[in-house]
Design a protein around this ligand. Structure first.
Ligand code: PLP
Length: 428
């Protein structure tokens, strides 16, 4: 379906999902199959040679997953998208075509704790490096980029403290260096932010969070803008030069704006195997149908709760860029006019002990390592999601010892405030 002229809310329901061509089924069927019957030997050969696009084996492509890919590519304004098993898988899938031993990325120091660990520790085993910088210091970002840098990585709105990244400013630095900007758009979703429109090359998501919206699945996606010229330098040979892992195919020459997407399937999913299952894709498609209804409610509730907490004497500070007191309030209003989402942090007068007690006394909030659920969630980042980090990294990423992270759901804001009120009393 051509959906360019339709509004976002309509596309969230319709994009990528015409009635099923085989049965007319209105909801996207869960194609629970491993393989697909070839018409004949020539058909099989053409599919393997990428001369014809079709289904071969569900590690690579599946119609249910394909419908989700088409919907997300549409909502993000990308040329194509590749779904995978989790948000963390999406980050590796996005970097894989760009990287090699000895090469590095430059990443924001305000990232989800798991991503800081993935980038500072685990990718070293591939021979990849990462330099963390403060994105509010453009000179430091430029200085960190060297001849071996292959991407800049940031989150649009960062986990856990809701820092709103100046994507156009960082995209300009990436463009000048001839490298792609990769934006993790998990917390904002394309409802609040479309990084490609702000100059990003690639967008990654943890679909586990707001996109699915109810804490049922893990999933990830890599969206490509289709705009980056992979052949402009010799920095990206897997895309621009004959690729030995795919019988010498030159992906960029052969596939143009779809080069990165096909590479992600034909080499990424084929060889790394981090495939999304069709059942998971179904849940995420259902979740995205209500994305445009849920996100404004998350934003509105989070704003109410944050304002209430900020006025409470038991609270030291609230980090939420929707508050006038935030150093990033003006940027948030300028770049994220529909709001900064439902996740924020606050710190308690009673420090670490009070933070732990508060979490233990909340009744409506679930104490879990997740976010972006319809239910409100709470976690003490320093002792959980960010526990692998050094003290400096914890504080830099907004997860100090006295800090509690809230993921505000779509319940009645007054009930959430009453629950926080009683738990704060118990903790003080
Ligand atoms: C949760 C999260 C991830 C990792 O996603 P998984 O689906 O848990 O692998 C990456 N980035 C951000 C911002 C997240 O919140």
């Amino acid at each position: 379906m051509m959906t360019d002229q339709l509004g976002f809310d309509t596309r969230a329901v319709h994009a990528g999902t015409p009635a099923d061509p085989a049965t007319g089924a209105r909801q996207v069927p869960i194609y629970q199959t491993t393989a697909y019957v070839f018409r004949d030997a020539e058909h099989a050969a053409n599919l393997f040679a990428l001369k014809e696009v079709g289904f071969i084996y569900s590690r690579l492509t599946n119609p249910t997953v394909g419908a989700l890919q088409a919907r997300i590519a549409d909502l993000e304004g990308g040329a194509g998208a590749v779904c995978c098993s989790s948000g963390h898988a999406a980050q590796i899938l996005a970097l894989f075509p760009l990287m090699g031993p000895g090469l590095n990325i430059v990443a924001s120091n305000r990232l989800y704790g798991g991503t800081i660990t993935q980038f500072s520790q685990s990718i070293k085993r591939f021979g990849w490096g990462c330099k963390f910088v403060d994105l509010d210091d453009p000179e430091a970002v430029k200085a960190a980029i060297d001849d071996d840098t292959r991407a800049i990585f940031c989150e649009s709105i960062s986990n856990p403290a809701g820092y709103p990244t100046d994507i156009p400013a960082i995209a300009a630095i990436a463009d000048a260096a001839g490298i792609p900007l990769i934006v993790d758009n998990t917390l904002a979703t394309p409802y609040l932010c479309r990084p490609i429109e702000m100059g990003a090359t690639l967008v990654v998501h943890s679909l586990t969070k707001y996109m699915t919206g109810n804490g049922t699945v893990t999933g990830g996606v890599v969206v490509d803008s289709g705009r980056f010229d992979w052949s402009a330098s010799d920095k990206f040979p897997s895309l621009s030069a004959p690729e030995p892992a795919y019988h010498g195919l030159q992906f960029h020459k052969a596939l143009g704006p779809m080069a990165f997407t096909f590479h992600g399937i034909a080499i990424g999913l084929r060889d790394l195997g981090m495939t999304m299952n069709p059942q998971g894709a179904h849940y995420t498609l259902m979740g995205i149908e209500t994305l445009a209804l849920r996100m404004p409610r998350h934003v509105e509730n989070a704003q109410k709760v944050a304002e209430w907490l900020e006025a409470d004497p038991r609270v030291t500070s609230v980090s939420h860029s929707g508050l006038a007191s935030s150093p990033w309030h003006d940027r948030a209003k300028r770049l994220y006019p529909k709001g900064v989402g439902g996740l924020f942090t606050f710190s308690l007068k009673g420090g670490y002990d009070a933070a732990v007690k508060l979490v233990g006394n909340l009744k409506l909030f679930s104490h879990v390592a997740n976010l972006g659920d319809a239910r409100s969630l709470v976690i003490h980042s320093a002792s959980t999601t960010h526990s692998q980090l050094s003290d400096e990294q914890k504080i830099a990423s907004g997860a100090g010892p006295d800090v509690v992270r809230l993921s505000i759901g779509v319940e009645d804001a007054d009930d959430l405030i009453a629950d926080l009120d009683q738990a704060l009393s118990a903790a003080s």
